[in-house]
Design a protein around this ligand. Structure first.
Ligand SMILES: Cc1ncc(COP(=O)(O)O)c(C=O)c1O
Length: 318
């Protein structure tokens, strides 16, 4: 099954232009620079809902805003807030919207000038909005292909920045993969090594060890990737080797899985029509999924530092 789409509601509180407003109150000019030239930086942060505690756990919020700040730096976007302030604004939006379900937070900073001409000067704008988000992709086994589109090299568009324009690369690869009946696409670098999936990093189990492409393989330096490296080392005693990965290692691997804020930990059971392992969730991916969800949902005190808790008020009746 392909990925799900989650719509933003007009009724949600949003931070835009320095104030808290309803999504429906925001108007953007079609001449907005970022809309014409892809000059925006963004993040995707998850908050997990706990029914029993009546709280949301915001996962790795500071790490996401640290990466956001770097992405903005690439585009010479001046953020009007410190990382602490961005975290506080995010918590305020969540308290106002009070979602009682898993939620995705989308900070977006962009070139907002309305004059025509490609450059990185001019005004910047910051928006932060939320959408409900359950599982973005199936966690029970994806069927992937290697894309005919190569991952945009860092020397053309910063790969380690989460920049709006670079997602054309993602959209082309996902479109091709899904039209051919696959769930997702795996990119190779210009040199022909494995880079990452459409919007997730990739790990392989090979000869008893975990392997992932290095940060120089034109990947987005994933926060979930770091989380999985930490869990594998601490909980499974399995250091992750970061090295170049060849395409056919995907076919030879015992397990392959994807990691990302949206994807979470998503095992792959087939690559290019070839089974991965015995076409089932591998034991390492399964164990990591279990550990990850416990930590991300704030249910493992050893990983309390991964999350920030938000008390969610009951919605008034009527
Ligand atoms: C291109 C790309 N690679 C990797 C990832 C995974 O990054 P993270 O784990 O920080 O969400 C994402 C998702 O945000 C992505 O868009």
């Amino acid at each position: 099954m392909s990925r799900r789409a989650f719509a933003a509601s007009d009724e949600e509180w949003t931070y835009h232009g320095g104030e808290f407003v309803k999504m429906s109150d925001i108007r953007l000019s079609p001449a907005t620079h970022a809309l014409n030239y892809g000059t925006g930086a963004f993040e995707g942060i998850r908050a997990y809902w706990s029914e029993s505690r009546g709280t949301l756990q915001v996962l790795k919020m500071r790490e996401h805003y640290e990466r956001f700040e770097k992405s903005c730096r690439f585009l010479r976007i001046e953020l009007p807030h410190t990382i602490d302030e961005l975290c506080e604004i995010t918590l305020e939006i969540l308290r106002s919207n009070a979602p009682r379900e898993d939620t995705y937070i989308r900070p977006l900073a962009y070139k907002s000038t309305t004059s025509v001409g490609v450059k990185l000067m001019g005004d910047d704008q910051l928006s932060i909005f939320t959408v409900p988000m359950g599982n973005y992709v199936e966690l029970t086994g994806l069927r992937c292909c290697v894309s005919s589109w190569r991952r945009t090299p860092d020397c053309a568009i910063p790969a380690r920045g989460k920049l709006t324009g670079s997602y054309i690369n993602t959209a082309l690869a996902v479109d091709e993969a899904q039209r051919a009946g696959y769930d997702d696409a795996i990119f190779l670098t210009q040199e022909g090594h494995v880079s990452e999936a459409s919007a997730a990093n990739i790990f392989l189990m090979r000869k008893g060890g975990l392997v992932t492409p290095p940060v120089t393989a034109d990947i987005l330096e994933g926060i979930t990737r770091d989380a999985v490296i930490e869990l594998a080392e601490k909980e499974l005693g399995m250091p992750v080797i970061q090295r170049d990965v060849d395409r056919t290692e995907l076919y030879a691997a015992d397990e392959v899985f994807l990691t990302g804020t949206g994807f979470q930990i998503a095992p792959i059971i087939e690559v290019d029509g070839r089974p991965v392992g015995n076409r089932e969730i591998g034991s390492v991916a399964g164990r990591l999924q279990e550990l990850y969800f416990k930590a991300a949902r704030g249910e493992n005190p050893d990983y309390a530092y991964w999350t920030v808790t938000v008390e969610v008020a009951e919605k008034a009746a009527g």
